[in-house]
Unconditional design. Structure first.
Lengths: 126, 367
């Protein structure tokens, strides 16, 4: 599996072959607070880089989930729809959101690595 | 304008509060445990809320004060006993609500608790109506602390002996730590609890003492989910200048004896609406599934006609599901009426339901 990359919209992405797994970062969940609702893209649909591909809602507000790359949705994580609290518990592991079959791996090039993202998250949240 | 801070601001900081601006004040939205845990702790144990941003208006005067206030509020204040509280409203001539409030008869006057965002305007409206005959003090030197939840009575009574003898919606002055506190048995969470008016310089130590006895600080986030589960209105959401108490389904708060003769501001409109009914009315709404419908969500009937709008909507931690309140056309206000909520461009099924979503635990009769 590839190195984990991060977007400015606080998604993480890993790549295995041409299938990317995408979720939201621990930092994002800390900003959102208790997550109580998740909506995921439909399997078989196509999503565009930087477009919306889902929604999470905390007790406070709704937030869009964006996709950092384009592709076809090949799998979604029903367990976080059934139990959204899992997103707070294990955001960068078991609580992934969706998997995409991607065409253009170069879309990952401009994303941040962990060190860059941690710095970005710290700067933007203060 | 510089953001205002309450006397507990430092204590919030040292308890890792996340702050938001609310009505010009820097207030804690939550602490490190988060809204759901704070909510559940209040329901099962005892939560402390800093509500010092709210207005504490003391008005003193002779018997003519009661007469003058009866021209303003739809209450039977002549027969209100000293130390008893009532929920009421400040209205305009069209019965539009400037603010909702709690008024308590105290020795030689009244104490009125006002919403933070409305308090200065309320003060101006009331001073215009009352003139200069009475002494009015919107007291900025006092903090207001709420303690809510089933263990609150035991915790507070261990610090202020005797508060356990108060009935719901009554209050009294108590001596503690060489000062006078005004304590009422009231609150806005659907739980048994108290509100304590205390001088600013004593507030922090008092709250630290409550924490030592096992109560925990709770932010405005959980205060909102708690009041919504309890079916209680929040000014600026369920209530505003374009809503009347009848439309807000709060006719229980209008004293019966005042309905026959009126004589208070807005009474004509209220008496008309009581007779003919209001065209829209506040209801409880339960979305099916897990979907949350927030404020401003449009409500439709099954023939695609818009019939209302949501005024508050969130996830109810004790109900363990989404809950909302809103206004719908009268003919759709019956419990179990099926409605549709438009969220992110799609219509989702929901039902009108009875309020509250969560059953109250108020203590009605100690004595």
């Amino acid at each position: 599996m590839s190195e984990v990359k991060f977007s400015k919209e606080h998604e993480w992405i890993t790549l295995e072959g041409d299938v990317a797994t995408i979720g939201i970062t621990k930092h994002a969940t800390e900003m959102l607070g208790d997550i109580v609702f998740a909506e995921l893209p439909e399997k078989g649909s196509n999503v565009e880089k930087d477009g919306t591909a889902g929604v999470v809602e905390s007790t406070k507000a709704a937030s869009d989930v964006y996709t950092p790359v384009s592709g076809e949705v090949v799998d979604t994580n029903q367990s976080i729809v059934d139990d959204p609290a899992k997103i707070n518990e294990d955001p960068e592991g078991g609580a992934w959101f969706f998997k995409l079959k991607i065409k253009d791996t170069s879309e990952l090039d401009n994303l941040m690595n962990k060190e860059e993202y941690d710095k970005f998250a710290k700067e933007t949240s203060s | 304008m510089e953001i205002k801070k309450t006397s507990l601001n430092k204590l919030h900081q040292s308890n890792n509060a996340k702050f938001v601006e609310f009505a010009g004040y820097e207030m804690p939205i939550q602490y490190s445990k988060g809204i759901i845990e704070e909510h559940k702790f209040t329901r099962s144990n005892s939560g402390i809320f800093d509500v010092s941003h709210m207005g504490q208006l003391f008005i003193y005067g002779d018997e003519s004060l009661t007469e003058e206030l009866e021209k303003i509020f739809p209450l039977d204040l002549k027969n209100l006993k000293q130390n008893c509280s009532k929920y009421s409203f400040l209205m305009n001539e069209d019965a539009g609500i400037y603010d909702d409030l709690i008024i308590t008869k105290i020795e030689e006057g009244y104490l009125i608790i006002l919403n933070a965002a409305c308090k200065d305007k309320d003060y101006d409206i009331l001073s215009n109506l009352l003139g200069s005959k009475f002494k009015m003090n919107l007291d900025n030197n006092r903090s207001l602390i709420a303690i809510q939840g089933p263990k609150s009575v035991e915790i507070l009574n261990s610090i202020i002996n005797g508060v356990d003898q108060l009935n719901f919606m009554t209050g009294n002055w108590f001596d503690s730590d060489n000062q006078k506190l005004f304590v009422t048995r009231s609150g806005y969470t659907g739980e048994d609890g108290f509100e304590i008016s205390i001088s600013n310089d004593k507030a922090e130590k008092f709250v630290e003492n409550l924490i030592e006895k096992g109560a925990q600080l709770i932010g405005l986030g959980a205060r909102d989910t708690l009041r919504l589960e309890a079916g209680l209105c929040l000014y600026g959401h369920e209530l505003d200048i374009n809503k009347t108490p009848v439309e807000a389904n709060l006719r229980w708060a209008i004293s019966k004896s005042r309905l026959s003769n009126g004589g208070f501001i807005g009474s004509k409109k209220i008496m008309n609406q009581m007779q003919d009914g209001a065209s829209q009315i506040r209801v409880g709404i339960k979305p099916e599934g897990r979907l949350i419908a927030r404020e401003k969500t449009k409500i439709f009937n099954d023939t695609d006609k818009q019939i209302g709008e949501i005024t508050s909507g969130t996830f109810g931690p004790s109900v363990n599901g989404p809950i909302a309140m809103g206004y719908v056309d009268k003919e759709f206000s019956k419990v179990d009426t099926k409605i549709l909520l438009e969220v992110r461009g799609k219509k989702h099924p929901a039902n009108i339901c009875a309020l509250p979503f969560y059953k109250k635990n108020y203590v009605k009769g100690v004595n």
